[in-house]
Design a protein around this ligand. Structure first.
Ligand code: DX5
Ligand code: ZN
Length: 212
């Protein structure tokens, strides 16, 4: 399991130190939640913050765009230093066009599904995408409860991706109590906000995730 700590649970008065803390704790990626206050009910940070943090760490930047019009911002986030850009299938942009645009920038493309969206919706795009993100909370905030009822959807998508060398990411309420369950259902990248950031010893939580 790859571990991508979500900076949304970091210290917003010192995000650079939060990045370094996660790198030292053994994080594989860093998850950056960009929310526009329209697609989901929170406003986090955007291009300038990603660009500024890019100078602070060489961690793989895993951008999760919860914005209405991802297509419009791909170039800006690619310039800012994203390594993978994940956008929502429920956004207003055409998914195939967004994936194509991301790939023209030479970076990886992920496609995310909110809890209410069926697995079938993503099926036509699986071959194009590098990663599928199955949300296990409603987009917006860290610290929400994990939705175990997303496991059948996770399993279905994982089975469709079998043998295709895809990342299957889960995001929302992931912790030591459910990491085994998501791994059993096919996840191979775990986003974790509060469970990692609020831990006294984040390295122990990350090491535990790495066992799966
Ligand atoms: C929610 C974000 C998540 C969130 C995860 O909209 O996509 O990445 O920060 O935080 P936890 O792990 O605390 O649920
Ligand atoms: Zn996220």
């Amino acid at each position: 399991m790859l571990v991508s700590p979500s900076l949304l649970s970091g210290d917003f008065s010192n995000l650079a130190s939060s990045c370094r803390r996660m790198q030292q704790a053994g994080a594989d990626w860093l998850h950056l939640d960009v929310i526009d206050g329209v697609f989901a009910p929170n406003i986090t940070f955007g291009v300038p913050v990603v660009k500024a943090l890019r100078k602070e760490t060489d961690l793989f930047f895993d951008l999760h765009l919860m914005i209405v019009n991802p297509l419009k911002y791909i170039d800006a986030f690619a310039d800012a230093g994203a390594d993978i850009i994940t956008f929502h299938i429920e956004s207003e942009s055409d998914p195939a066009a967004v994936i194509e645009k991301i790939h023209t920038r030479g970076i990886k493309a992920g496609i995310a599904l909110k809890p209410g969206t069926s697995a079938e919706a993503v099926k036509p795009y699986i071959d194009m995408a590098d990663m599928i993100l199955i949300m296990t909370v409603e987009p917006g905030f860290s610290g929400q409860s994990f939705m175990a009822d997303m496991m059948p959807k996770l399993k279905t998508v994982s089975e469709w991706c079998a043998g295709k060398d895809k990342w299957i990411q889960v995001d929302g309420g992931i912790g030591t109590g459910n990491i085994e369950l998501v791994a059993q259902n096919g996840a191979n990248v775990a986003v974790s906000g509060n469970s990692v950031f609020c831990a006294e010893k984040p390295q122990e939580v990350i090491a535990d995730f790495h066992r799966y």
